[in-house]
Write a protein that binds this ligand. Sequence first.
Ligand code: N2P
Length: 360
Amino acid sequence: MKQLMLSTTAVVALAGAAFAEEVRVYNWSDYIDEELLTKFEEETGIELIYDVFDSNEVLETKMLAGSSGYDVVVPSGTFLQRQITAGAFQKLDKSKLTNIENMWDVISDRVSKYDPGNEYAINYMWGTTGIGVNVDKVKEALGDDAPLDSLALVFDPANMEKLQSCGVHILDAPSELIPAALAYVGENPDAQDAETIEKAEPVLATIAPFVQKFHSSEYINALANGDICVAIGWSGDVLQARDRAAEADNGVNIEYYAPSQGALMWFDNMAIPVDAPNPDAAHKFLNFIMDAQNMAAASNYVYYANGNLASQEFLEEDVIDDTAIYPDAATLENLYTTTPYDARTQRTVTRMWTKVKSGT
Ligand code: N2P
């Protein structure tokens, strides 16, 4: 007994000694191969504290309040831009980022729309917002000609009434659902004026009572288990649901569709808060992520495209060849991007979203 206690103490002491420093990373849920987290600790001797979120709004609240305690965070482009303007991030020290040469200029250029000169962030992954479908259940509810790749699947109340019983989840992401509703009614999804933006409200409010949940991460398992039949969700998350169902061999057949009316293309980027406790370790984490094999391992695991050109030779064929992940020219043509709302418009958007959700 005494010996056991001694050795337990020894293990604790060793574990304490093994990590001289720590780095705190705040990333989206279901967004990395967890083996990479252990690999980072083994390679650097830095303890990695890894927390997750599923909402840009939640991250933004923390960034604007300050003192988040995080060293690395991952806002999408529009949010990145607004938080850079608010002074939430520090400029990257590129002398510490030797793997930055692996990055893909096509994606860095796109991200520079939000972060001019790519001074504050590196792209982690990018993808689209679209429709996850349990094909058999939806056809059962709506018939064989169900509009699987159309926003009408969820924005036409006649369809939603019939889908209600098999279950529909919608992302709790106003900055993505308002553009989708605008695209559905033929307006510019990137509209910035209140008058146009307000046209999204009746579309969303009419279908809200049929929505089981506005939530941004539960839909992966809910789709995979057959608990819901439709989700407005993120491309890779739906593909992860498809994979989980296949692995469980439960007969659930999931597909992802980028809506025919156009799909939002977003970019999630790693940045270092201005008050990060350990910016040096944060740079080490970014450099680790930009390693070609590490980045490929992450994409192979979560089914999202990344901003790293050198990683592409290490991607599985079912990732690099899937146009839902790496869009071809025709798919790309039907994607749109958005710009951040100014503070006043953002308040309108937040108010509208609260009102929409209160109608569920
Ligand atoms: C990961 C979702 C990240 C995409 N589960 C949203 N930007």
